[in-house]
Structures are given as structure tokens and as C-alpha cells.
Design a protein around this ligand. Structure first.
Ligand code: PEP
Length: 248
């Protein structure tokens, strides 16, 4: 039985002061012993948030990192910096980074390998645009993102990772994929992992759905056989996140 994982993606929201206040507000609301609860926060919020979550069930994630160890990469954050600050998870290849910052699946693959080398758990995002869905190429596209993202990653490492299926047309739009659409793609991702590796790895890997998850739709989405939780944007910034985490 895979353990659920419900992660908030704060994106570019919350100053360090606001971040600590939000953690204090959410701490008592996100207690669910059956799920891993992760707050993925902006880089500048990591240190105060790690301090603020101490003694709670909340783990801290980053929203991005660079694939080099250190050096002349102005503005970037290294995996060692994240680990030293107390970060456990890192979102990689979010569609906003792919779209606005031109990250490719090859870049994401380099980041995946580097994160795993440092013991971080990558949450690798994939997802199709509305045009791709309308063209009927959703599954081909997602399979390609997954295959490139996991290139040269050993099965034992892949099994530890998390994949977030996030249809781009559902992110921040209030348009959630139907339960059937979300399950269909999450199952296809699991099948793709089985093809690349084996059944055991496919059974172990956790696959989230993301895209306008809220208190009203979380229970149905997370009850699907191939959906092991959610990556949540907007609703993770308010008390509603407690209802998403405690969805049952
Ligand atoms: C996201 O940021 O990954 C996301 C899914 O956002 P939202 O829940 O707001 O659609």
C-alpha cells in the first residue's frame, strides 16, 4: 500500500514573515497520520519555514534547484544548500518553469540525478497543454516527459521519487481534470515506469495529481487506484489546505 503524499506548492508567494504566519495557521489543520505532508516554499522562506515546522508532521520542499554542485551560477540554489537547510523534497520541471524559464526534460533529468545523489526526493512534474489534449497526444507527450526525465536513473532511485501529473490547462484555472482523466494519465505514467523498469518500481513510485485540487474534489481524486495524493497550488496557501490534507 503506497503512502499518500500531499504537497503544497506556494510558487512565488509569501514573504518570510508571511510564511511563518501561514505555517503557524496551518500546523494544527494538516495533521494526517496516513499521509506525508510537504510544504514546497520559495527559496528565501526555506530557513524560517524549516524552523517553524519543527515538532510537526510537515516536511519542507523546495520549488526548484540547479543541477551543478556549486560555482558561477548566479541566482541558483544547489542541492547541498537545500539539504543543509533541512529540505527533504524538491519540485522539478514544474510547467511554469518549463514554460517561462525554458526548462527542457533534459534539464529536468540532470536535476533529478543531482537531487537523488544528494538524498533529496524529487517531485517531477509532467503534463500536457490544452492543445496537446485536443490533438489527442496527451499520453504520448507524458510518456516522453517521463522517459527523458528518468533516463539513466536506477530503479532503486526511481522508486523513491514522486511524479506529479499536472495538466497545464488545469493549473490555477479552477478547471480540474475529471477523475477519469486524472486516473487515466496517472495509470499510464505507472505503466510507463513499469516499462522502463519493472512492476515493483511501478508499484512503489508515488504519483500525484495536480491542477485546481481543492477541499471539494480531493477525496474523489485521491481515492483513485493510481493517484497517491496531490500537488496543490492555490489551495495550499489558505486554511482550506487542512481540508485537502485531511480529505477523508
Ligand atoms: C501547482 O502549482 O502545481 C498547481 C497545481 O496549482 P493549482 O492547485 O493552483 O492549480
Amino acid at each position: 500500500m503506497r503512502r499518500k503524499i500531499i504537497a503544497g506548492n506556494w510558487k512565488m508567494n509569501m514573504t518570510p514573515g508571511e510564511a511563518v504566519k501561514l505555517v503557524e495557521e496551518l500546523k494544527p489543520l494538516v495533521k494526517n497520520e496516513e499521509a506525508d505532508v510537504v510544504f514546497c516554499v520559495p527559496a528565501i522562506d526555506i530557513v524560517p519555514v524549516v524552523e517553524a515546522v519543527k515538532g510537526s508532521n510537515i516536511e519542507v520542499g523546495a520549488e526548484n534547484m540547479y543541477f551543478e554542485e556549486k560555482g558561477a551560477y548566479t541566482g541558483e540554489i544547489s542541492p547541498a544548500m537545500l539539504v543543509d537547510a533541512g529540505v527533504k523534497y524538491v519540485i522539478l520541471g514544474h510547467s511554469e518553469r518549463r514554460d517561462y524559464f525554458h526548462e527542457t526534460s533534459e534539464d529536468v533529468n540532470k536535476k533529478m540525478k543531482k537531487a537523488l545523489e544528494h538524498g533529496l526526493v524529487p517531485i517531477m512534474c509532467c503534463g500536457e497543454s490544452l492543445t496537446q489534449r485536443e490533438q489527442g497526444i496527451t499520453l504520448d507527450w507524458i510518456r516522453q516527459q517521463v522517459k527523458v526525465g528518468y533516463q539513466d536513473i536506477a530503479a532503486a532511485d526511481a522508486a523513491k521519487t514522486v511524479i506529479a501529473y499536472e495538466p497545464i490547462w488545469a493549473i490555477g484555472t479552477g478547471k480540474t481534470a475529471t477523475t477519469e482523466q486524472a486516473e487515466e494519465v496517472c495509470k499510464a505514467i505507472r505503466d510507463c515506469i513499469a516499462e522502463i523498469y519493472d512492476e515493483a518500481t511501478a508499484e512503489a513510485i508515488r504519483i500525484q495529481y495536480g491542477g485546481s485540487v481543492n477541499a471539494g474534489n480531493a477525496a474523489e481524486l485521491f481515492a483513485q487506484p493510481d493517484i497517491d495524493g496531490g500537488l496543490v497550488g492555490g489551495a495550499s496557501l489558505k486554511a482550506e489546505f487542512g481540508k485537502v490534507v485531511c480529505y477523508k
